[in-house]
Design a protein around this ligand. Structure first.
Ligand SMILES: Nc1ncnc2c1ncn2[C@@H]1O[C@H](COP(=O)(O)OP(=O)(O)OP(=O)(O)O)[C@@H](O)[C@H]1O
Length: 232
């Protein structure tokens, strides 16, 4: 298993109040698969993804990614893991406003161990003609394409997407989902994606439903659907 999570617990404590956000989570995802995490607001989706991505740490349990138990890494090792192995895509693109599209991608490729070619990645997200534009000159969908290019240029083993279409209209959302599916096929990148939209689960190999910090359903989807055929 590429991702192997078991008995993962996480609580946030404020004063005398303990908020048990993840309770004995178990989940698995194979290399090259697309996984989708569904669940209501506050169910723990981002917390789970942040722990898998090395942004946050679990309190107990096991989180193995590509054979490495990341709960055992020290802070420096966790930073290296996050920097070298994980690509992040967020709802609000987080591009650097005073850098061009090309520069936003170059700053990541410059600090990566085995980056992909910047122009190849720009072509893969169909943004090569906007290389010298600034983020403010782009639509939301175009900015999300750039943020996907920035995430994949480091050639990550795992792409973590937190509501990647949450700020986009219907058609643009579908084109971004199609792009993610293309990235998965072209580079073999394992993708884990959080969404509120249950229809998106049709493109995933595995679907995890989270409720109140627990996986209430984990389903294997044998008949994945191309993103362009998904409607909602
Ligand atoms: N850094 C933090 N400190 C304290 N509580 C936190 C922190 N991060 C998350 N929480 C709490 O953990 C719970 C789960 O949050 P999380 O962001 O994981 O949920 P989510 O399912 O991703 O929600 P949404 O769909 O709204 O983004 C919430 O009750 C939230 O308030």
């Amino acid at each position: 298993m590429f991702i192997d999570v078991s008995s993962l617990k996480k609580s946030y404590i404020s004063g005398a109040v303990v908020n048990e956000v993840l309770k004995e989570i178990g989940m698995e995802l194979d290399e090259g698969e697309i996984g989708v995490i569904l669940g209501p607001s506050g169910s723990g989706k981002s917390t789970l993804m942040n722990i898998i991505g090395g942004i946050d740490r679990g309190d107990s349990g096991r989180v193995i990614v590509d054979g490495v138990e990341i709960n055992n890494l020290n802070n420096d090792q966790l930073t290296d893991y996050r920097r070298e192995q994980i690509g992040f895509v967020f709802q609000f693109y987080n591009l650097v406003p005073n850098l061009t599209v090309g520069e936003n991608i170059e700053v990541v490729s410059n600090i990566s161990k085995s980056p992909l070619n910047v122009d190849e990645v720009l072509a893969a997200v169909q943004m090569q003609d906007k290389k010298h534009r600034f983020p403010r000159e782009l639509s939301g969908g175009e900015q999300q394409r750039v943020s996907i290019a920035r995430a994949i240029v480091k050639n990550p083993k795992l792409l973590l997407c937190d509501e990647p279409t949450g700020a986009l209209d219907y058609q643009t959302s579908r084109s971004i989902l199609k792009l993610l599916q293309q990235v998965n096929k072209k580079y073999g990148t394992t993708i884990l994606m959080i969404t509120h939209n249950a229809a998106i689960a049709a493109m995933a190999n595995r679907i995890f439903k989270l409720r109140n910090g627990e996986i209430v359903e984990a389903a294997l989807n044998q008949a994945t659907v191309p993103a362009e055929r998904i409607e909602w």
